[in-house]
Design a protein around this ligand. Structure first.
Ligand SMILES: [Zn+2]
Length: 527
C-alpha cells in the first residue's frame, strides 16, 4: 500500500448498491479507489477521519440547471459550492429541453438572448465539445444532455412551426454529433417554448438517434398537473415507438386537480417496466416547484422567442387575452396558475426588483392595486424575461410516494441563481437523508444512498462511478447519518447542510470538516 496517498479510515462503507453498511477503510491512489480493507488495514497515507460516520460514493445529481455556473462571476462561488457541500460530485445538466449548446450562426442572436434569460450568464456554444472545452477548474464533475428546445432553436428558430424534413434531418445530425462527442442524452421540456411546439413525430425521430447511442431520452412532461396521466402516456408511447430508454424528470402530480395521482402514475410506470420498457424517474424532496415566470403565460405569448414575447407583454389587449387563457385554459397547455392561482406563485429571482423576491404575486398585486397579469407583464418587461418563481403546487403525500418508488432517483432540479432561489439546489440531498430517511423513515439509508449513487450512475452511463469498489473513480462522501440535514430553506436558500463532513473528488479532498478546501478536481465527463 505504499502508493496509497489517501486513506478514508474508520467509517462504515455504504457501497452505493443498496447493500447494508460494512465497517472498512477505503484506500485511494491516483484518483482511484485501490482497495476496500477491513478496519485498520488501510495502511499509511494522508488520513481522512470517518469514525462514527458512513462513507458513500459521491452523489450524482441527475437533474440540474447548473449549465452556466462555470461562467458565473467569482462572487457566485457560493452557488457553485452549494452542490459540493452536500456531497454531490457529479451534476447532470442540460435538462428540461434547455442547454447551452448546440447553436448555429443562423439564429445566434436569439439563441444568446434565450441563454441569457434562462441561465443568467454565458452564451450559446456550437456543440458539446465547444461547451465542454469552454469550462475549467470545476468543483464537481459535469455531464450534459442536449436540450431539445435549444437544438430546435438552432435549426428551426423560435417560432411555433413544424420543421421541414430537411430541418428535421439537420436536427438529427446535430444531435448525433453532440452524442458522439460525449453528451449524455437528449432532454425535452414540453411546457417551454420552443420545445412545446414539437409534435410527437419530431420527438420520435430525435429519440431514435438517442436510441442508436444507447443513451437516455429525459423528459419534462407536457403536463405535470391536470393532464399528467395523458402526458405520461405520450412519453411512454414515444419511448416505445423510438425504442429509447426513458427518464421522467422531477416526477410530480401538481395542482389541486392532480393531487394524489402519483398512485396512478407510479403504477403506470411500473407496468411499462413490466412490459419491457427501460424507464425510470427522478424526484426532488419538496412540495414546491420552481420555474420561469414566463412559463406561467400561454405558449402563444412566446411564439418567436424572447424579443417577440417582450413586444406582446407591452400590449394591453394581449394582456387581457393572456389573463383570459389563464382563467379558461388552452387545450394541451399545462397552465400552472389556472391549476392553483397567483397566491401560490412567489418571485424567486428578479435582479432589478430584489424587493419582490420571496413575495407572492397575489400579494404584490393587492399592494399595488393592480391586476396580477399587469404585475407579471411589467416585471417580465423590466427584467427582459429573466424572472424565476416558486410554485407552491404539490402535496407532501405525492412527494413521499415518488421518493419511495424503487425506480426513482434523486435530482435537485436546482436553479442556481442569486436572490431567493428554490432551496432544492443547496438542500435536496441532505434533506432526503435527514428528513425522509432519519425523521420520517420513508426510505432506508442504504436505499437513499443507492438512489443518489449506484442507481443514477448506471442509468446515465457514468462508467466507473456510483459504487465503492477497487478500480472505481475516487469520488466519496463522509457523512454523519445522525446529524445530516438540509440547512437551506425558502428564507435562506443557500444555507449550508449539516452533517456532511468530507467530500472527495477524483481522489482529492474538496471538503474537509464541512469546509471547502479550494480543490477543484471536477471534470466535464464525455460519455
Ligand atoms: Zn423541468
Amino acid at each position: 500500500m505504499s502508493s496509497a496517498n489517501l486513506v478514508v479510515r474508520g467509517g462504515s462503507v455504504l457501497d452505493g448498491t443498496g447493500s447494508a453498511a460494512v465497517p472498512a477503510d477505503v484506500v485511494i491512489a491516483a484518483g482511484r479507489i485501490v482497495a476496500v480493507m477491513p478496519p485498520g488495514g488501510g495502511g499509511p497515507g494522508d488520513v481522512v477521519d470517518a469514525r462514527d460516520a458512513v462513507v458513500t460514493p459521491g452523489f450524482v445529481d441527475v437533474h440540474t440547471h447548473s449549465d452556466a455556473l462555470a461562467w458565473a462571476p467569482n462572487e457566485a462561488d457560493r452557488l457553485r459550492l452549494a452542490s459540493l457541500l452536500q456531497g454531490v460530485t457529479t451534476e447532470i445538466c442540460g435538462n428540461c429541453g434547455s442547454s447551452m449548446f448546440p447553436a448555429s450562426p443562423r439564429h445566434a442572436a436569439a439563441a444568446a438572448e434565450t441563454v441569457r434569460a434562462t441561465f443568467d450568464v454565458g452564451e450559446a456554444f456550437a456543440d458539446f465539445t465547444a461547451y465542454a472545452e469552454g469550462q475549467s477548474r470545476r468543483y464537481t464533475h459535469l455531464a450534459a444532455l442536449v436540450g431539445h428546445g435549444t437544438l430546435r432553436a438552432a435549426v428551426v428558430g423560435f417560432a411555433d412551426s413544424r420543421p421541414t424534413s430537411d430541418q428535421l434531418n439537420e436536427m438529427c445530425a446535430l444531435l448525433d454529433l453532440c452524442l458522439t462527442q460525449g453528451a449524455a442524452g437528449l432532454s425535452s421540456g414540453l411546457i417551454y417554448p420552443p420545445g412545446c411546439y414539437a409534435e410527437p413525430a419530431e420527438l420520435v425521430a430525435l429519440a431514435r438517434v438517442v436510441a442508436r447511442h444507447g443513451k437516455l431520452y429525459v423528459t419534462h412532461l407536457r403536463d405535470e398537473m391536470a393532464g399528467v396521466e395523458e402526458a405520461l402516456e405520450e412519453a411512454l408511447n414515444l419511448a416505445n415507438a423510438a425504442g429509447v430508454r426513458l427518464q421522467v424528470s422531477h416526477h410530480k402530480t401538481a395542482g389541486r386537480f392532480a393531487w394524489g395521482r402519483t398512485t396512478q402514475t407510479l403504477q403506470r410506470l411500473q407496468k411499462a417496466m413490466d412490459d419491457g420498457l427501460d424507464v425510470a424517474c427522478d424526484v426532488y424532496p419538496y412540495d414546491a416547484a420552481s420555474t420561469h415566470l414566463h412559463a406561467m403565460l400561454p405558449p402563444w405569448a412566446s411564439d418567436g422567442g424572447i424579443s417577440a414575447l417582450l413586444v406582446r407583454l407591452a400590449d394591453p389587449q394581449l394582456r387581457i387575452r393572456m389573463a383570459a387563457d389563464i382563467a379558461g385554459g388552452v387545450p394541451g397547455w399545462e397552465n400552472t396558475v389556472g391549476n392553483g392561482g397567483w397566491d401560490r406563485i412567489s418571485i424567486a429571482t428578479a435582479a432589478r426588483h430584489t424587493e419582490l423576491q420571496g413575495r407572492r404575486v397575489s400579494a404584490i398585486a393587492t399592494e399595488q392595486g393592480a391586476d396580477p397579469i399587469d404585475v407579471v407583464c411589467d416585471l417580465l418587461l423590466d427584467e427582459h424575461a429573466a424572472v424565476t418563481v416558486i410554485s407552491h403546487s404539490m402535496q407532501e403525500e405525492d412527494v413521499r410516494r415518488v421518493l419511495a418508488a424503487p425506480f426513482s432517483m434523486i435530482g435537485s432540479d436546482g436553479v442556481p441563481r442569486d436572490g431567493r432561489p428554490h432551496p432544492r439546489w443547496a438542500g435536496s440531498f441532505a434533506r432526503v437523508l435527514g428528513r425522509y430517511v432519519r425523521e420520517l423513515g420513508v426510505l432506508s439509508l442504504p436505499e437513499a444512498v443507492h438512489k443518489m449513487t449506484g442507481l443514477p450512475a448506471a442509468r446515465f452511463g457514468l462508467t466507473g462511478r456510483g459504487v465503492i469498489a477497487p478500480g472505481q473513480h475516487a469520488d466519496l462522501v463522509v457523512l454523519d447519518p445522525a446529524t445530516v440535514a438540509d440547512g437551506a430553506d425558502f428564507d435562506d436558500p443557500l444555507a449550508r447542510p449539516h452533517g456532511v463532513r468530507h467530500v472527495i473528488v477524483s481522489g482529492k479532498v474538496a471538503v474537509r470538516d464541512g469546509e471547502p478546501t479550494g480543490v477543484r478536481a471536477g471534470e466535464v465527463l464525455r460519455l
